[in-house]
Design a protein around this ligand. Sequence first.
Ligand code: NAD
Length: 421
Amino acid sequence: MTNKAQIINGQIVVPDFPIIPFIEGDGIGKDITAPTQKVIDAAVAKAYGSSRKITWKEVLAGDKALKATGTHLPNETIEIFKEYLIGIKGPLSTPVGEGIRSLNVALRQTLDLFVCLRPIRWFKGVPSPIRYPSLVDMHIFRENTEDIYAGIEYMTGAEDTKKFKDFLINEMGVSKIRFPESTSFGIKPISKEGSERLIRAAFEYAIKSELPSVTLVHKGNIMKFTEGAFKNWGYDLAENEYGNETFTWRQFEKIKSEKGLLDAEKVLNDAKKTGKVIIKDVITDAFLQESLLRPFDHSVIATMNLNGDYISDQLAAMVGGIGISPGANINYKNGYAIFEATHGTAPNIAGTGNANPSSLLLSGVMMLEYMGWDEAAEHVYDAMEHTFSKRRVTSDLFAHMEAATLLTTSEFADEIIKNMH
Ligand code: NAD
């Protein structure tokens, strides 16, 4: 019997006794990893007795890797993730002066993890800055490999920058560079292929999970050939390949202009009644407002890298902050998936017992769902809900909750295990 997850006919297939590689992470990574694994193991045991069990295999990255191997991200770590497909990681500090901008970005790019998935859901009892946090249930699909994040940048004054600027001005006839002598440049690659694979993943997720809509978030009114193209490619994909499962706002507008508003609304309502996923689009700045004022209007969100970065943090703040919001980086084609805490290494509280393990733990729950171990995932969700509603929390939430009880990182994890019924 294998202990490796595999992709068979496009589906992830996980054995009952898989080996899951994990990176402990720097700073509070050490504090939150073992308690997280303890809770996940308890949930799996609760759900499946002795018929399923995870074996955790530590792989090195970050400061621990540097000490042991002389490099922050050893090849062996990448190879082991490739071998076992599914892994989980704590936060990693960004190395200074090693030619790597960020270990996280390096991992995403090396494994081509093109989807950054962030589910945003509120747990009863968790302090929120908005009036109706219970109406928040969003799933962000952020493109992970393109956009201004590709790292194609030219610093003003450098020889390459001069070459690039001269090319733009002399060869391309560009006359809109306001201060050519002191301008730095960044390139924003957005491709049809890259956009389609991200948007396709969002569509598939919405259809499979029976969610009502996918919102394409973009700034296409200004950046017409990159963000505007992203929107159009999304609509094309829905209409050409998902005609039976979706109905788009673009189709609505077409019917409206040809037959009038009443007919368009009838078709839209019929589409909703028959369970079709509604595909719409919103300009990024409007989305940031709407998600605060009318969060119930949005379900799955598909967007490019930079928008996705901003949106993820705002939505996370709406349901309790980065300390409890999970994330995953996934390539749905080859199956590679790394689940991760979305916060950083929090050096200011490392080793104090004040870290909230919920972000990593909920990432672990996403991992269980990706594996198809939904019963175990449910155990953790229920127990966390119970724990929050009893106001037994770590110090980040304790500071904002009345009549709460303060727990350390590992006490909080034990409390969750105690609340698994
Ligand atoms: P941070 O997320 O580490 O900390 C920001 C604030 O949030 C701090 O006050 C911290 O105490 C608090 N915080 C974060 N996680 C918490 C948790 N689980 N429980 C309670 N409080 C928590 O961000 P930073 O200080 O900007 O970054 C520190 C380091 O982490 C940097 O080296 C940065 O590059 C790295 N980083 C890594 C990742 C990642 O690995 N995914 C993400 C962001 C930052």
